[in-house]
Design a binder for this molecule. Structure first.
Ligand code: GAR
Length: 202
């Protein structure tokens, strides 16, 4: 059975698009029997959903505003995800805090990208905080998701310089271009490693 990747976004989805492009360019279907099966968002108007639909990818929205609790939202989100039988769930600019139950449900197959060199600057406003702290380098981290926010085993990192006249916006753009490089690589490495496990078991 093909291995399905489900990507969760909240906004423009540029990391999602980088992964979709890498899947085609890197022939993930042939090499890993893997494909991006769906892109889901907590925001029905997320621009990335329109882009994904244009690529012929199934999309869906579970609007967090329609739910009274995080648990109820996460249960609905999990149902939408599980409809695609995911081997891997990829958080790509997904801006909701997930409940421990949700994280445990996808343990070992849930990864995230965060725009800082974790464990520095978990949470929001990472670029402004890095500039205010006087950091000379900033960057991005791909990591496995655990129940602690923006923690978990690191899968990939990239560093960029912080320049003297940087604004949060200029630094974010420099970091984002590295995100587009390391996130597809990290997903590909995850697929390669899990393919070896499957091969050893058969
Ligand atoms: C990215 O910079 C990503 O690292 C960040 O949101 C942006 C999404 O951009 N994620 C977080 O801050 C998660 N805590 P994109 O929608 O264009 O991929």
């Amino acid at each position: 059975m093909p291995r399905h990747i489900v990507i969760l976004i909240s906004g423009s989805g540029s990391n999602m698009a980088a992964i979709v492009r890498a899947a085609a360019a890197g022939r993930w279907a042939q090499r890993f029997d893997a494909r991006v099966a769906a892109v889901l968002s907590n925001r029905p108007d997320a621009a990335g959903l329109t882009w994904a639909r244009g690529e012929g990818i199934a999309t869906g929205a579970v609007d967090h505003k329609a739910f009274e609790s995080r648990e109820a939202f996460d249960a609905a989100l999990a149902s939408a995800i599980d409809a695609h039988s995911p081997a891997l769930v990829v958080l790509a600019g997904f801006m909701r805090i997930l409940t421990p139950g949700f994280v445990e449900r996808y343990a070992g197959r849930l990864i995230n990208i965060h725009p800082s060199l974790l464990p520095a600057f978990p949470g929001l406003h990472t670029h402004r905080r890095a500039i205010e702290a006087g950091c000379r380098v900033a960057g991005a981290t791909v990591h496995q998701v655990t129940t602690e926010l923006d923690h978990g085993p690191i899968l990939a990192q990239a560093a960029v310089p912080v320049l003297p006249d940087d604004t949060p916006e200029s630094l974010a753009a420099r970091v984002l271009s590295q995100e587009h490089r390391i996130y597809p690589l990290a997903v590909e490495q995850w697929l390669a490693a899990s393919s070896e496990v499957v091969a050893r078991a058969t």
